[in-house]
Structure formats: C-alpha cells, structure tokens
Design a protein around this ligand. Structure first.
Ligand SMILES: Cc1ncc(COP(=O)(O)O)c(C=O)c1O
Length: 249
C-alpha cells in the first residue's frame, strides 16, 4: 500500500512510521518501509516515542532493526526511559536538518557574542526559555547506564508477557494479542463496551488501578501498559482479580 501511495501521490514525500503504537505497542515493519522509502526517494521519520527505549535492551533491541534508516526519530524518555515528564527528543541523522531552528535576533544572540563562542539556545530549540530537560536524562544515563536502563526495559516487557499469559489462561478474559512491548490489551469476555468504560473508571476513582483503553477491531479493550519495573507477579494477579470483581455479570 505504501509503495502504491508513493507511486500515485505527487512528491516530495515524508513517510512517518511508528515503533510502538499508542494503542497496542505495535512496531511497523521498519526495514521494509525503509526499503520502499529508498526506492521512491521518500524521507522517513520514525515515531519511536514509546518503543525507542527498547534500544537500551540487548534482548529487545532487534525489534527496532531499521530505525537507523530514518532521517529523524522521536523518542520519549518519559515512557521507556523512566524520566519525569517531559523528556521528548527529536534525533536527526543530518545536523543540517536543524537549520530551521537557526533563527537570529540581535537582542538574543549578538554576532560578536556568537563569534566569541558564547553559547545560546537559538539553533537548538524553538523556545528561548526552556527547562533543562537534558539534565535529568544525563543524570539517569550516568547513574544507570545503558545496561541499567536495559534491565528495566527487560523487566517491564517480561511482566507484560506474564500478564498476557494470566489473561489467556483465564476463561473469563480475552487477550487481544501477545504484547510486542509492554502493553497488554484485554477484555472480560461477556462485557459490553459500556461495561469496560465503567470498569476502568471505577478502578481509577477507587484508587485501585490506572488502566487505559483502546478501540481496536471495532471493540473497546482495557489497556495495561506495564511501566513499573518493581511490579511483581502478585500485583498482576491482583489487577486481573480487581477487573473481574468490578465487571458486571
Ligand atoms: C507513539 C506515540 N507518539 C507520540 C506520543 C506523544 O507523546 P508526547 O505526549 O510526549 O507528546 C505518544 C504518547 O503516548 C505515543 O504513544
């Protein structure tokens, strides 16, 4: 379909692929998309806001094969990077892609200061005043390192796999699909969409669980995004029990 679209539509083209969709954590076939982009001379952006953290993990990094073909990649380290919001990044392969940010204003960066090597934020950000978001990322990387972060990624992916198994083994629940990252979509088998919306809100307002929701294949699903590496198997069983106990019969 992408090949046909790029053939039919007038260029230039920008293709945006996703590595970790918001609803199901799915990863687009990146090498195949990159190959089609190459054939058509299309520019490739990959939204790895959620999935980008897999790069830290020796076990899961292979799922992002092809990411290096993108001209630009977005990463949200407030997702699989355990940063307080906000820690969103745009990574560019060619630094010249940032020239759009190279605005000049005499009152902000006088030529003689720039020539003298004084740093300023123009050229790095659209905003002139901003929080030093890079600092917390640097501290985390220095403290945990890639291996430490990779271990956290492995933990949450493993918990998601275990939760999916619990769902699958339970006759009262349906699993959408085995998780690709750390998102598990599930629903009580006899529940209506309204029941599911109500269950989610009740668990939230009772302070028991924060579940997301996603509409896929025409039905509403509960969404558990596992992001706490300290989650234990008992917590997963308790979550499923809480959903079961809150669902109308
Ligand atoms: C795939 C994907 N892209 C982008 C975003 C937006 O991220 P932010 O809220 O940091 O702008 C999200 C947020 O959930 C996401 O899942």
């Amino acid at each position: 379909a992408l090949d046909a679209a790029l053939t039919d539509l007038p260029g230039p083209h920008l293709v945006a692929a996703t590595a970790g969709t918001t609803d199901a954590g799915l990863i687009d076939p990146l090498p195949e998309i990159a190959a089609v982009c190459r054939t058509h001379g299309a520019r490739l952006h990959i939204d790895a806001a959620y999935g980008g953290g897999l790069l830290f993990s020796d076990r899961h990094r292979h799922k992002l094969t092809g990411l290096g073909s993108a001209a630009t990649v977005t990463l949200d380290l407030h997702k699989l990077g355990w940063q307080p919001v906000a820690a969103g990044l745009l990574a560019v392969k060619d630094p010249r892609d940032l020239t759009a940010l190279a605005q000049r204003a005499d009152y902000l960066n006088a030529d003689d200061d720039t020539e003298a090597g004084l740093p300023d934020l123009l050229g790095r950000s659209l905003r002139t005043t901003r929080r030093p978001d890079a600092l917390k990322i640097a501290v985390t990387l220095k403290t945990l390192g890639r291996t430490g972060l990779g271990h956290l990624v492995d933990q949450v992916c493993a918990r998601a796999g275990e939760f999916a198994e619990l769902v699958q083994d339970h006759p009262g629940f349906e699993l959408h699909d085995p998780p690709t990252i750390s998102t598990v979509l599930f629903r009580p088998v006899h529940a209506t969409d309204d029941d599911i919306a109500a269950v989610r809100r009740k668990l939230l307002t009772d302070g028991r669980a924060v579940l997301g929701r996603a509409r896929l294949d025409g039905r509403l699903w509960l969404k558990a995004t596992l992001l706490n590496p300290h989650t234990r198997p008992d917590d997963l069983a308790a979550l499923l029990k809480a959903v079961e106990g809150t669902t109308p019969r």
